[in-house]
Write a protein that binds this ligand. Structure first.
Ligand SMILES: CC(C)(COP(=O)(O)OP(=O)(O)OC[C@H]1O[C@@H](n2cnc3c(N)ncnc32)[C@H](O)[C@@H]1OP(=O)(O)O)[C@@H](O)C(=O)NCCC(=O)NCCS
Length: 166
């Protein structure tokens, strides 16, 4: 399976919103904006990616990508500077049909490479204690899992990348 991360241009964005609405739960992709895939959620998702096209060094301090499997968008990934120098947090969602097949692991590995190239020293992530898929992916990629607080687990890994410039 060929897993790639690509910039979310308008063509990719249209396909990504379609994939999300057909294949992922709304709360896995957007903030709670009504029950189900409301029009507000699709509007939010489009604006979210458009506003972040300038990447980590842009006004939002965040980069987003579409995850492609064999050329088709099946999910989204993001990387955002935190308040801590050199540290960025990441998040990832995939459509149900591709989960459990190694796509998440491959996509997050690319995020870590891109993070290192961008001068991120450490990547952190947060998930729920019951999200076995996410915890497995983080563990495979060398993240140290923190202790559980209120059902949430924070994790972090050093990128081995260049010295921080943020
Ligand atoms: C979390 C997520 C990105 C992981 O991606 P993925 O492609 O499913 O993960 P992978 O196939 O690379 O690896 C998943 C691992 O967890 C295991 N696993 C356990 N329960 C699982 C589950 N319910 N779903 C998927 N994988 C599960 C798999 O067996 C695999 O382990 P292995 O590599 O030792 O065989 C994806 O499942 C997803 O999009 N979930 C919904 C959104 C989400 O929870 N995002 C994370 C928020 S922090």
């Amino acid at each position: 399976m060929d897993v790639q991360l690509v910039a979310v241009d308008e063509l990719v964005l249209a396909a990504l919103v379609g994939a999300a609405t057909r294949g992922a739960a709304p709360d896995e992709v957007t903030p709670p904006l009504g029950d189900g895939w409301t029009p507000e959620r699709s509007v939010w998702l489009r604006a979210y990616h458009r506003d972040r096209r300038a990447g980590l060094d842009g006004p939002c301090g965040e980069a987003t990508w579409a995850v492609l499997v064999d050329g088709a968008p099946v999910g989204g990934a993001r990387l955002r500077w935190t308040d801590e120098a050199g540290v960025a947090d990441t998040g990832l969602w995939l459509t149900r049909s591709v989960r459990g097949a190694g796509v998440g692991r491959a996509a997050l590995a690319v995020v870590l490479e891109l993070a290192a190239q961008a001068g991120v020293r450490r990547v952190v992530a947060e998930t729920t204690a019951g999200n076995r898929g996410a915890l497995a992916v983080l563990g495979h990629l060398g993240f140290t899992l923190g202790t559980q607080v209120d059902g949430r687990v924070r994790a972090g890994v050093a990128t081995g990348g260049p010295r921080p410039r943020h």
